[in-house]
Design a protein. Structure first.
Length: 300
């Protein structure tokens, strides 16, 4: 039996509000109508998505798995409705960007704003996905331009490298290493540090250096993303190895950045979906990002 949009809407509303009553308020339907829509969905699926725990309804294991797909489908429908509304209003220049979130402030936002100033009829949608999930999201989502750290697994898109950055050390201005122009690995391991995720490119670089020199890191704080690592370093809890663009997006104004030796490089690339041609607006935004990031990298 084919799935209906109304039953999927009821399912999403229930999950997001946590109750039949909450879903009914959101959808402007009665609780009885929402209950019938959820029952209809289970009949359409052929399995239960909800189960009773006392007086409350909760998702079954199958319901949790199905909701992940439901959200993708409904998000795509929301995007289509939003785009249709923009076209009706005469806004035909629309750009969908996928970006690693912790670089958007330093890399994407200002570049996009400059293009939109030149194109007053342009609209844009920016979606952020964490670095460690990039290989997954580029294969699942619709976009016109992606901006991501490399390497990335090949897929149904073209990868165009556009920038190389050195890994740098971030710290509080009062940190003992702040007075130096260059921080060596020996300097770095002699003091407590703030570490990032071991699977990150930064973590892998430090791990390889530790193996090469037979050393261990004195980790005072382990942060799961680069922004938090920079914020902890900004509180003088230790220095951290960082992507300089992430450091500039961290919101820590007084953060000191120093070059690191042995140098590790971070590469960024544009991702272009191979199923569609590059439009003039895609090329313009990519070139704006290329120029602004090159200029910013030259100041580091």
């Amino acid at each position: 039996m084919p799935l209906t949009q109304r039953s999927l809407e009821a399912f999403r509303a229930f999950v997001e509000t946590g109750s039949i009553v909450g879903a009914s308020d959101r959808l402007l339907r009665s609780p009885a109508q929402v209950s019938r829509l959820l029952s209809t969905l289970e009949n359409e699926l052929g399995f239960s998505v909800l189960t009773k725990h006392g007086r409350r309804l909760r998702l079954t294991r199958e319901g949790k798995e199905f909701y992940a797909e439901t959200e993708r489908v409904m998000q795509a429908l929301d995007d289509a409705e939003r785009r249709a509304d923009q076209i009706r209003q005469g806004r035909k220049e629309h750009l969908r960007i996928l970006v690693a979130p912790f670089i958007s402030h330093a890399v994407i936002n200002k570049s996009l704003a400059r293009v939109m100033e030149r194109r007053p009829e342009m609209t844009a949608q920016i979606d952020a996905r964490v670095r460690l999930d990039i290989d997954l999201w580029v294969g699942r989502e619709t976009f016109d331009l992606g901006v991501a750290p490399l390497p990335i697994k090949a897929g149904a898109f073209e990868v165009e490298p556009f920038l190389e950055l050195p890994m740098m050390v971030a710290m509080h201005p009062n940190h003992p290493l702040a007075a130096r122009k260059l921080v060596t690995f020996e300097d770095f391991i002699a003091r407590p540090i703030v570490s990032t995720h071991a699977r990150s490119l930064l973590g892998q670089h430090l791990e390889s250096l530790c193996k090469r020199y037979g050393k261990r890191l004195d980790v005072r704080v382990e942060a799961r993303n680069g922004v938090i690592a920079c914020q902890m370093a900004g509180l003088n809890l230790g220095c951290c190895l960082t992507d300089p663009f992430v450091a500039l997006s961290s919101g820590v104004d007084s953060l000191v950045l120093r070059h690191f030796e042995p140098q590790g490089l971070l590469r960024y690339g544009f991702l272009y979906p191979s199923w569609s041609s590059r439009t003039e607006i895609v090329e313009e935004v990519a070139e704006e990002i290329r120029q602004s990031t090159s200029a910013l990298a030259a100041t580091l």
